[in-house]
Design a protein around this ligand. Sequence first.
Ligand SMILES: [Zn+2]
Length: 371
Amino acid sequence: MKNEMEVEKIFLQLAKVPGVSKKEAEIAQKVASILEGLGLKVFFDKAGEKIGGETGNLYAFFSGSKNATHLLLNAHLDTVEPTVGLKIKKSRDFLYPATKTILGADDRAGVAVIIATLKRIIEENLPHPNLEIVFTVAEEVGLQGAYNLDFSKIKARKGLVLDGGRGGTIIHRAPTHEKIVAHFKGKAAHAGVEPERGVNAIQAAALGIASLKLGKIDDETTANIGLIKGGRATNIVPEEAWVEGEIRSHSEVKIRQTREKMINSFKEGAKKVRARVAVERKLLYRRFDLPTDSPWAKLVFQAARKAGLRPKFDSTCGGSDTNVFNLHKIETFNIGVGVANPHSKEEKLFLKEMNKAVDWLINICADLAEQ
Ligand SMILES: [Zn+2]
């Protein structure tokens, strides 16, 4: 396999460059200079200014044969935690961090696979469609780079996000994710002298939470309360309390139902102690559920098989830039490049799977070149 050394070398180069969310200037410059070295023109958008980051999203376009279709390829530049001082060790078939940091294969492995694919296509003059390569920033902090992407530049109606996952995984389905913030308002009073004049906001919040069904609501819905704060001192009846939670579901109806139950329960809790509650919600990302029997899905599946992978359609409970591209009507799968245990110190990158991911992309490009 030709990729063998190449993609690993590229990954090791990239892994050395730190770049947590919104501090991606250095890694973006590194990737830009590699792409320019391959003869590609790169440019950045203004997402960085909009979100308070160091740099915008990085784009590189690579024309295919005349009348060929367009394909979006994406990976994100940021890592969820710092990788400063990272040292990498190699076992028989995977890389892992020898230091107390994450490996950052989420998503430097995705970036490396895209670069290695481009390099092979260019050096061996392989057939390919019009490639629209986008390396996003700030994915790990709410997909902010993707949300602020300049979609006027994108023509592709098909896309692939290379972001984590074991080799051959094809994520075709991900949930909607909503954040809920409840602000309980009571009345402050001296807890010893005249507590009867107070309204206890913390108690209201506790009553509101107590009757909620949390955790796995059903096989496609989860709910959680993850944060609570309130009060000022033990001798003051607390005037305010905040409760933050989230709901995820593959069904919009169930999102709505679960949200309504949550809000009603908060209101009931507040009512019991004569407090008030105001609830805000924020949509973090919208669900997608792509058919697995479309021509595009079949092409991706067959190309993985041809690369020696065991392809598998799968569903996830998390979000990624894939959600945003699908929201923009770009039929996008998130495909695995050989990463296990992302966002943890036990993160691993399986080298054979990463090598095969390059062949996978090359096969996909060859098939699309004829369309
Ligand atoms: Zn990721």
